[in-house]
Design a protein around this ligand. Structure first.
Ligand code: NDP
Length: 300
């Protein structure tokens, strides 16, 4: 039976390290990293995410600014708010919670965020930086996955990685990051032929599909490291429902060398990496060195 990778515990330690660096930044340089989160509409899941992000920023003693706009807000109003935050020196990171309502063009909104304040790493400047080896902001979820992989495996060089799902926010940046780590990467999607065979060749399997328990244990190469990004709510007899990943955990844990659970795997890492990106953005915007070794310190 494989090791269960405790993303929750690792994220807690990483957040504590980030908190220490925030205090140091304030004491030595009078800088308090500031995170602005914009939520449009009242989608319950988005509300929970935004609340958690703002709470954890405050716990790390960052400045947290929350903006809640009605579902029908005109795009112009949203763009004006972003413009204002772009020019606000107390705000180092701007996050617009996705999805956005249909009258708003998400691409235009993302493009309006100043690239050095785009702590989600979705702006084309940051996307380009990731693929050309620059030091722009890396999207939080793939960054969290990479940390868990390095924690477990150390050097990833030469390993065969299969990323399932090619979205702009998870799959594509994940594949780019693994390539940067010298993995041999396959990026699979809904048109991929012989998906099971592709998965069975993977030393590293990252699942970001959004389909409950789609990947059974017999798709996992024995000893592989499995990172399950999927968050899917399924019905339960008591009517409360529960969250499961894209991987069928019970069968996959038997084959895998290590696997992340859902919940408690990738999810907590995503928010920790958001705080890390905000801290780094604050340092860069004030011309200060970006603190090194946080990840290693969190491993203990
Ligand atoms: P998207 O819906 O944007 O992308 C899903 C991808 O999966 C697409 O590339 C699609 O292929 C592929 N796919 C769908 N069905 C199949 C199939 N049957 N076989 C192979 N590939 C398939 O999802 P996201 O990337 O935004 O999110 C993926 C999952 O990760 C979701 O469950 C989401 O909730 C979760 N998530 C978790 C986060 C966390 O912090 N833990 C953060 C972000 C997302 P194609 O392109 O061909 O359509």
């Amino acid at each position: 039976m494989g090791e269960i990778i405790d993303g929750k515990q690792f994220a807690e330690r990483l957040r504590a390290e980030i908190g220490r660096q925030v205090v140091r930044l304030r004491e030595e340089h009078l800088v308090t990293p500031g995170l602005a989160v914009i939520l449009v509409g009242e989608d319950p899941a988005s509300q929970v995410y935004v609340r958690n992000k703002a709470r954890q920023a405050r716990e790390a003693t960052m400045a947290s600014f929350e903006y809640r706009l009605p579902y029908g807000v005109p795009q112009e109003t949203l763009l004006e708010l972003i413009e204002r935050l772009n020019g606000d020196p107390a705000v180092h990171g701007i996050l617009v919670q996705l999805p956005l309502p249909p009258q708003v063009d998400a691409g235009q909104v993302i493009n309006a965020i100043r690239p050095d304040k785009d702590i989600d790493g979705f702006h084309p400047v940051n996307v380009g930086s990731l693929t050309t080896g620059g030091d722009g902001t890396v999207p939080c979820t793939p960054l969290g996955c990479l940390m868990l992989l390095k924690h477990r495996l150390g050097d990833l060089s030469g390993l065969k990685a299969v990323v399932l799902g090619r979205s702009n926010i998870v799959g594509k940046p994940m594949a780019a990051l693994l390539l940067r780590e010298n993995c041999t990467v396959t990026l699979a999607h809904s048109k991929t032929r012989d998906l099971a065979d592709e998965c069975r060749r993977a030393d590293i399997l990252v699942a970001a599909v959004g389909r409950p328990r789609m990947i059974p244990g017999d798709w996992i190469k024995p000893g592989a490291t499995v990172i399950d990004v999927g968050i899917n709510r399924i019905d339960t007899p008591d009517g409360k429902g529960r969250l499961v990943g894209d991987v069928d955990f019970d069968s996959a844990v038997e084959a895998a060398g290590a696997i992340t659970p859902v919940p408690g795997g990738v999810g907590p890492m995503t928010i920790a990496c958001l705080l890390l990106n905000t801290l780094e953005a604050a340092c860069r915007q004030h011309g200060l060195p970006v603190p090194a070794g946080l990840m290693e310190a969190a491993w203990g």
